[in-house]
Design a protein around this ligand. Structure first.
Ligand code: AMP
Ligand code: GLY
Length: 432
């Protein structure tokens, strides 16, 4: 079958690699893709905000499955649009992603908080403010203990969360967000919530509307600097599984979060199909939800997918067609460590177009190089973004995976290549 994948990051190279490996895939198209996805299928130019254009491509290229990698098209309602058109024209095209309703779990913090409160899902206490009651927001901050957590309601490319110890700064940021549109329309509404203590962990789930499977746990490293210092990035590395996420913890996540989330969506007449990414805080063994994302994470995908033994296209079709119950799920028990090699200056301004030299096999059994900001010019690989390439290694122990991933990262060479040398090291104390 022909498949259309949307996106251009390391996550999408990982999707493309495993889709292309499946015997069920005839032709894979990626819009817009990158130099990595180009080795797995055909990159195409398509305006992803123009759903009519996406539909036209699907109908003229006999696409049977659309796989959105990132959240923007999902929040904008691509699933409803494509599946609506398919029904109208009596064609079989499905999307492996949630409806516009389900995508609000990521698209609106206010929606997701209200949803969790209604469904009894453990999360931080909160209140939402707009221009009408911005002064009450200041009063609310007076009732809280620092640190103060303020979140833009809408999508803000991962930048919409401000955490500060300083009460006056919190009040000033609240005003900037709402009255001066610090994050554009996304911060017209602001969620202020209680600060959660503990250690963060992400859990990934796939659901087809009635059944679900847990893909596993991962931990990402968001700060640019070693020891979790410096600016926030899209993610500098990840490991999977997380050693402190033992069976007891994962059972709590399933019983208190996964099941009630999917049940509440189904009961509201909006069964959820797609990937569900739970950003959690583990507070002494008790999980609480920090946020939902309605897609896979980047770089968590690059750590988790190499562990997945299940055929990728079978899984994606299972999600899209309500058929997950019949899919055998198997996860490699080995550990994955992923390290992102980034351009000097990231997450600030960077220079693109640096020639890359990779002196080893890009993808083989236990080692993978997934490209993100990389483009092909003639025969040359050139850097084309802040996050350049993610390397992943699978090994019997976390420690070995980390050591080999470091070595692999050092094989991705270009002027100004930077990577963190401490990905996963803080977790070795929990077991290996
Ligand atoms: P989010 O975009 O909601 O994931 O928030 C970005 C980051 O801010 C999270 O990964 C956490 O590190 C932190 N964060 C968000 N909300 C809270 C909270 N209520 N308590 C503690 N840390 C938080
Ligand atoms: N790595 C975090 C994210 O994909 O949102």
């Amino acid at each position: 079958m022909n498949i259309l994948l949307l996106g251009s990051g390391g996550r999408e190279h990982a999707f493309a690699h495993f889709i292309n490996k499946s015997s069920l895939c005839t032709q894979l198209f990626i819009a817009p893709g990158n130099a990595g996805t180009a080795t797995c299928g055909e990159n195409i130019v398509l305006d992803l905000n123009d759903f009519d254009a996406v539909w036209d491509f699907c109908s003229t290229h006999n696409i049977k499955l659309v796989v959105p990698g990132n959240e923007d098209p999902l929040v904008a309602g691509i699933t409803d649009f494509i599946e609506g058109k398919a029904k109208e024209t009596n064609r079989e095209i499905a999307v492996a992603g949630p409806s516009k309703f389900g995508a609000q779990l990521e698209g609106s913090k206010d929606f997701s908080k209200a949803f969790m409160m209604d469904a009894g899902i453990p999360t931080a206490a909160y209140k939402t403010f707009t221009a009408e009651n911005v002064h009450e927001g200041s009063d609310f901050i007076d009732t809280l203990e620092p640190p103060f957590v303020l979140k833009a309601d809408g999508l803000a490319a991962g930048k919409g969360v401000i955490i500060t110890e300083d009460k006056d700064e919190a009040k000033a940021v609240l005003k900037e967000m709402i009255l001066e549109q610090k994050f554009g329309k996304s911060s017209a509404k602001v969620v202020i919530e209680e600060f959660l203590k503990g250690i963060e962990i992400s859990v990934f789930v796939v659901s087809d509307g009635s059944d679900y499977k847990i893909l596993g746990s991962a931990k990402d490293y968001k700060r640019i600097g070693e020891g979790d210092t410096g600016l926030n990035t899209g993610g500098m590395g990840a490991i999977s599984p997380v050693p402190f996420a033992d069976a007891t913890f994962m059972q709590k996540v399933e019983d208190r979060i996964v099941k009630p989330t999917l049940d509440a969506l189904r009961n509201s007449g909006n069964p959820y199909k797609g990937f569900l990414f739970l950003g959690l805080m583990n507070n002494e063994g008790e999980p609480q939800v920090i946020e939902y994302n309605v897609r896979m994470g980047d770089p968590e995908t690059e750590a988790i997918f190499p562990r997945l033994k299940t055929d990728m296209v079978s899984m994606l079709m299972g999600i899209a067609h309500g058929n997950l119950a019949n899919i055998d799920f198997e996860l490699d028990s080995r550990c994955a460590a992923t390290v992102f090699v980034v351009s000097e200056g990231y997450p600030g301004s960077i220079q693109k177009g640096k020639k890359m030299i990779i002196g080893i096999e890009t993808i083989e059994n236990t080692q993978y190089i997934f490209h993100a900001g990389v483009k092909l010019e003639g025969m040359d690989l050139l850097t084309n973004g802040g996050r350049v390439s993610a390397v992943t290694v699978l090994e019997d122990t976390l420690e070995l995976a980390i050591t080999r991933a470091q070595k692999l990262a050092s094989e991705v060479k270009f002027e100004g290549a930077i990577f963190r040398r401490d990905i996963g090291l803080d977790l070795l104390k929990y077991g290996n």
